[in-house]
Design a protein around this ligand. Structure first.
Ligand SMILES: Cc1cc2nc3c(=O)[nH]c(=O)nc-3n(C[C@H](O)[C@H](O)[C@H](O)COP(=O)(O)OP(=O)(O)OC[C@H]3O[C@@H](n4cnc5c(N)ncnc54)[C@H](O)[C@@H]3O)c2cc1C
Length: 409
């Protein structure tokens, strides 16, 4: 490979998942050269076997970012579900809340897309892009910060040097460990069972979430009017028993869990289980190094925000790096990367704490808390300005957004 000055490339991105591909695409569009190191040999697009059945709720802001990368254009229309309504209610009580995008004169609150389909579209958007080189399978073994950039040594002994390394390698980030960045984790003692189901009644483009005794059960409306992605967050014992059920028993349990609002569950696909935790890295950057996505933070999936926060990280870091490059500054300089950290860390932390609060509020079995949360749901349902504020928040259209999130796709 041709070396750029003393470097092999300008940016090395570790992890070719949602956030890694997003930042690569945004940088490449500005002619910034990247190498992506991905440990998994297979591209998600090459296999029809879906090992990850997660369907993600994608905010309008994230859709804009995906539009800016070019990935949105690679999504086939029949794989993009949308939701214009949201219904949240509590198993223990009469409190409920309804959201409708029409109240804000908006066509949708957000989109529902399978994680693997999204990854595939992002990878397609990078195909044939001259500025982007993939190394796969490739895993970093060590990191070294020098006067002239940062060097990563791969497990096969190759050395690669760049001005900036971006850790986009997920919650168990090897780069974060190699850099000895602290990542205090809080275990929710919950697991999420995810799969795709067919329902008897059409979902009418409403995302539904019912808070059950052990945790929330979400039905996310997919492109097919009778298909939903489900995420059932529950105790580890209950998750194990759900995984052990045969399809018919599982479908029954799901139908009852949602109070049969969508009728019978006609069929369900392969199930996967994910341990749930929240965590935030103490530092998002060091000289020559930045953490994005799940490598920097993980949150409870109850509000479907993890990937959305990661896409915002990618868009902000790309904007900060581009700005530095345009001013002829070192893109790996600590002061440059601190701008990214200041922009994102507080916002991510606020979301992490908000979701933690929701989780405690809804799992409490105390009578007073149950009464207050049902009252809160009802009062919020009637307090129109508060409700509208929640809707804008859910659409991702509040806060200090990077340009890519504001541009309409
Ligand atoms: C049940 C569940 C439901 C969810 N629902 C939603 C939702 O509705 N909306 C939402 O916004 N978010 C949701 N999330 C969160 C979302 O899935 C994650 O936040 C998102 O996948 C994080 O993307 P990432 O690219 O940062 O990390 P990952 O998706 O973990 O990707 C990391 C990549 O790095 C690669 N990698 C890992 N280690 C190495 C290494 N050492 N070397 C090289 N490559 C490496 C991996 O192979 C992978 O390709 C949900 C999560 C769960 C568990």
């Amino acid at each position: 490979m041709k070396r750029r000055n003393n470097y092999d490339t300008e940016v090395i991105i570790v992890g070719g998942g949602l956030t890694g591909c997003t930042i690569a695409a945004l940088l490449a569009r500005q002619d910034i050269h990247c190498i992506i190191l991905e440990e998994c040999a297979r591209t998600s697009g090459n296999s029809e076997i879906r090992t990850d059945p997660r369907a993600l709720a994608i905010t309008r802001a994230s859709a804009n970012i995906l539009g800016s990368t070019g990935a949105w254009q690679h999504l086939s229309r029949d794989r993009i579900g949308y939701f214009s309504g949201m219904h949240v209610w509590d198993e223990n009580g009469a409190g409920e809340i309804h959201f409708d995008s029409a109240e804000l004169c908006e066509p949708t609150l957000g989109y529902i897309i399978e994680q693997t389909i999204l990854e595939q579209a992002l990878q397609q958007s990078l195909e044939g892009v001259e500025c982007v080189t993939w190394y796969r399978p490739a895993t970093p073994a060590s990191l070294m910060q020098g006067d002239n950039g940062i060097t990563v040594t791969l497990e096969d002994g190759r050395n690669l040097c760049a001005s900036l390394i971006v850790a986009a390698d997920g919650a168990r980030s090897r780069i974060r460990t190699l850099a000895a960045i602290d990542y205090p984790q809080y275990d929710y003692h919950q697991q999420a069972v995810a799969c795709v189901v067919k329902t008897e009644k059409p979902h009418t483009h409403v995302a539904r979430q019912r808070f059950l005794q052990n945790g929330p059960l979400a039905f996310l409306p997919m492109a097919d009017i009778r298909q939903c992605g489900i995420v059932w967050s529950t105790s580890p014992q209950h998750a194990r028993s759900l995984l052990a059920l045969d399809e018919q028993e599982f479908n029954m349990a799901l139908g009852e869990g949602l109070d049969n609002v969508l009728g019978r569950i006609v069929s369900s696909g392969p199930r996967a289980c994910f341990p749930l935790q929240h965590a935030q890295a103490r530092e998002y950057c060091r000289p020559g190094l930045a953490l994005i996505g799940d490598a920097a933070h993980t949150v409870h999936p109850l509000a479907g925000q993890g990937a959305n926060l990661g896409l915002l990280d990618a868009a902000v870091l790309a904007e900060v790096v581009l700005d530095a490059k345009n001013r002829n500054r070192d893109i790996g300089a600590y002061l440059v990367l601190r701008r990214y950290e200041r922009w994102r860390k507080g916002e991510n932390y606020a979301m992490l704490k908000l979701l933690q609060g929701f989780k405690y509020l809804f799992e409490s079995k105390l009578l007073t808390v149950r009464y207050l949360r049902n009252l809160g749901l009802d009062l919020t349902d009637r307090a129109i300005p508060v409700k509208h504020m929640f809707m804008r928040y859910a659409m991702g259209l509040t806060g200090d957004l990077p340009a890519a999130a504001r541009a309409t796709s």
